[in-house]
Ligand binder design. Structure first.
Ligand code: LMR
Length: 402
């Protein structure tokens, strides 16, 4: 009889794990949901809410889903690059018509913007495990884990000061001088998450020029295109840096601008130094994707593909995206008008802004007013409704740290 081989004092496999804290942003969804107060205000996670407080499926998305139910004939595998027509349709939206024709840029479909960011980080690590990525602070809390999980070292540089409500541009540029050729710079393409504070076009030009001169590689996270100042305006910075740099990455997401959040719909584009180099990158992306998710989920990309290939649906999507963008802008204007100390909010873009609030103040707002925002003071502007925006403003100005 075979003897069981045990090492008495060694813990079993899973007993070696340490407990992990729940993701703070995702936990906010559950906390807000569990609050029975009818007048609670959920400005936590980044989802669009309409005037009635709902997150409805866009008309064009519903129509595309109906078309897919009627016409899709197979669910057979598409391959690790996903839906290549989807990627081709996204290209000009991100890079413009001219940029989209650049044969040094290759792209694959990914499971949302997170999948794109992770795939890009893996590609970086595979290409050069010594490459570091410079990331302005504060940033989206999942950037660090996504990048470091792939083994890429993250170097923190200043970006924004919450108290003075301004971008620390000179400080950031100074800190970037530490970067070596081949290092990466993470940039939020538009609608900076968590601060809403975007670089001006002149600042983008300066960054693009700096990156090009120093042989750095921009890694742009473009998750909110169309929700700041419109599709074209929101892509200007990305196009400037990608055009200037010899090599670049862009992690793109359709989750917010098509409102298909849980479908996880995005893409990763990589610019190489040459067409041949781009082909090598493409092969590596396929191999890395194959080891992580094999093939990306299809449904969200099929929806986007159907919309963008149909002039009527495309026009309707554009119109609804403009409505969403206008609603965000009008809420920003209302908050700004409420109090001088909130005036900065109208100069910022997208779903988020960050209030100078202590963690205690954030928790107090949660307990006494049912206001759910991230511990950092980040709030989702469009989580507010026409009815509660003034109540929100009144409660937060009481607690501002400056
Ligand atoms: C957010 O920042 O709220 C969104 O990007 C959702 C997420 O995955 O964190």
């Amino acid at each position: 009889m075979a003897e069981a081989l045990t090492v008495a004092d060694e813990p079993m496999l899973f007993d070696r794990l340490e407990s992990e804290p729940t993701d703070a942003l995702l936990q906010l969804i559950a906390l807000a949901k569990a609050d029975p107060r009818p007048d609670k205000i959920d400005v936590g996670v980044g989802v669009y809410r309409d005037a009635a407080g709902g997150t409805p499926i866009l008309r064009a998305v519903k129509a595309a889903e109906r078309i897919l139910v009627e016409t899709q004939e197979t669910k057979a595998y598409l391959g690790s690059a996903g839906d290549t027509r989807f990627v081709d349709l996204i290209r000009p939206i991100v890079f413009g018509e001219k940029g989209a024709r650049d044969e040094r840029i290759v792209g694959v479909q990914t499971p949302g913007g997170c999948g794109a960011l992770r795939l890009g980080a893996d590609l970086i690590d595979k290409a050069n495990s010594d490459a570091r990525i410079f990331v302005g602070q504060p940033t989206w809390p999942n950037h660090g884990p996504l990048i470091e999980c792939a083994g890429v070292e993250m170097v923190k540089v200043p970006y924004y000061d919450t108290r003075s409500r301004r971008i620390l541009f000179d400080e950031m540029m100074e800190a970037l001088k530490e970067a070596r050729p081949g290092d990466l710079v993470l940039l939020h393409g538009c609608c900076h998450n968590p601060t809403g504070a975007d670089l001006s076009l002149d600042q983008w030009r300066e960054v693009a020029d700096f990156i090009a001169r120093r042989g750095l590689v921009p890694y742009v996270d473009l998750a909110y295109q169309g929700l700041g100042n419109g599709l074209e305006a929101d892509a200007q910075g990305t196009r400037l840096v990608v055009e200037a740099a010899e090599q670049a990455l862009v992690a793109q997401s359709c989750d917010k601008n098509f409102g298909v959040y849980r479908e996880r719909t995005g893409s990763l584009f990589v610019k190489a130094s040459s067409k041949a180099g781009a082909e090598t990158v493409f092969g590596n992306l396929l191999q890395l994707a194959r080891t992580m998710w094999s093939m990306p989920p299809d449904h969200g990309a099929a929806i986007v593909h159907t919309i963008l290939d149909d002039p009527e649906l495309r026009a309707d999507w554009n119109a609804e995206l403009k409505e969403m963008c206008a609603r965000i802008r009008s809420l920003r204007a209302r908050l700004s008008a409420y109090d001088e100390r909130l005036a900065f909010i109208d100069r910022q873009n997208g779903m988020f802004s960050m209030l100078p609030l202590s963690r205690d103040a954030v928790l107090e707002l949660r307990e006494s007013h049912g206001i759910y925002m991230a511990d950092s003071g980040r709030f989702n502007v469009v989580g507010l409704s026409d009815e509660n925006v003034d109540r929100f403003a009144a409660a937060v100005v009481e607690k501002l740290d400056g």
